[in-house]
Design a protein around this ligand. Structure first.
Ligand SMILES: Cc1ncc(COP(=O)(O)O)c(C=O)c1O
Length: 372
């Protein structure tokens, strides 16, 4: 199949910033320091400032960032079966991080309209073993953090935001990452802010928590080579940090383009049987890491698009509470998640896609609508 409109195309993004990235890579090579050096320090400061938090710690990927946030906050202790409530509709890494930290993921249902964790579904799954809530700002949309934080403080629970898909998203004037006790970001290459390899960060308004992550990311050695805590080996490379610093300057502009393209899709697809994503009001900002629509005949629509060379994906094809690693006998049913899981699919959308590609994708969907 000749793919004419790919789901991602990082080559286009690289072209836009080619000179700056080549210069920053050459600079790191020339300095000869490759892991946790001055570029990482600078990036951590710039990223904390961008998110509106006190401090950040760069790590090797978003999964480690989540695990280290759970450990450093004291939310999850090894061997205690500490429970962390999260969404069943997210990347498996969200729940994997809870397991890796030594905890037990517990899934609560999602909101029918936003597809993010439903604050009204939390109390149903809180038990005496619940220690934390991990809301996921799915597809770039912020969860209802005010309601989630209210429940968390009522039950004395830690909040760790999974902001892996929400770089720069805003709720009531505050950025993703600034609501919880800590938050985790992924800088996987296709994220809104992505490196050219793996990367991640923990951010928090609590500098002591971030200091603790900085110890845990280097084996747990508080003093040189002295092992007293079980940490990870999860460090951020200088070259990734330098690359991320270049891209951070573009993030607001690239998020703005994503929002414009999402609004264009919504406009072109209105009046079809597709359920398009809600775009929040003025104070809030969805950063459209993914443009996820719903359709009852998702599979034949995706086949039709593919037959015209348009690539789509499903985020995510399997709900987490049904997966062997995370399945639990006492898991209550999650009717909303179950009802949308077979309908969601993601259309191509990124800062460097063209208006013509969005129009052609929408046109191909309209064509399909006439056929069925
Ligand atoms: C919602 C979510 N959480 C966590 C992760 C894990 O991030 P990483 O792939 O950098 O480990 C990802 C990315 O895949 C994600 O999309």
């Amino acid at each position: 199949m000749n793919i004419r409109i790919p789901f991602h195309d990082l080559k286009r993004q690289n072209k836009e910033i080619e000179q700056e990235t080549q210069a920053c890579i050459a600079d790191v090579l020339q300095k000869g320091s490759f892991i946790l050096g001055e570029e990482v320090d600078r990036f951590e400061n710039e990223w904390a400032e961008f998110c509106g938090v006190a401090a950040a710690a760069g790590v090797n990927n978003g999964t480690d960032a989540l695990e280290l946030a759970l450990t450093a906050s004291g939310a999850v202790r090894r061997g205690k079966q500490d429970e962390v409530i999260t969404s069943p509709l997210t990347a498996g890494y969200t729940a994997l991080a809870i397991v890796n930290a030594g905890g037990v993921p517990v899934f609560a249902d999602i909101d029918r309209h936003t597809l993010t964790l439903d604050p009204n579904a939390l109390e149903r799954v809180i038990t005496p073993r619940t220690r934390a809530i991990m809301p996921v700002h799915l597809y770039g949309r912020m969860c209802d953090m005010q309601a989630i934080c209210e429940t968390a403080s009522k039950y004395n629970l830690v909040v760790i935001e999974d902001a892996a898909q929400a770089h720069g998203a805003i709720l009531a004037g505050k950025r993703a990452g600034s609501f919880g006790d800590a938050a985790a970001f992924s800088f996987y290459p296709t994220k809104n802010l992505g490196g050219f390899g793996d990367g991640g960060a923990v951010v928090s308004n609590n500098p002591a928590l971030v200091d603790s992550v900085k110890i845990l990311r280097q084996g747990g050695h508080a003093a040189a080579m002295q092992s007293d805590k079980a940490g990870l080996n999860s460090r951020l490379d200088e070259v990734q940090a330098a690359f991320l610093r270049v891209k951070l300057k573009c993030l607001n502009e690239w998020n703005e383009r994503r929002r414009r393209f999402a609004a264009l899709y919504n406009q072109l697809l209105s009046g079809t049987s597709l359920k398009t994503p809600l775009i929040p009001g003025n104070l809030d900002s969805h950063v459209f890491h993914l443009y996820v629509a719903r359709h009852k005949k998702r599979e034949i629509l995706r086949e039709h698009l593919l037959s015209r060379g348009i690539e789509t994906l499903i985020h995510y094809p399997f709900l987490l509470h049904r997966q062997p690693l995370f399945r639990r006998a006492e898991q209550p049913s999650l009717p909303v998640a179950e009802s949308v899981a077979g309908e969601i699919f993601s259309l191509p959308l990124y800062a460097q896609i063209s208006r013509e590609e969005i129009q052609e994708t929408a046109q191909t969907i309209l064509e399909f609508e006439k056929k069925i």
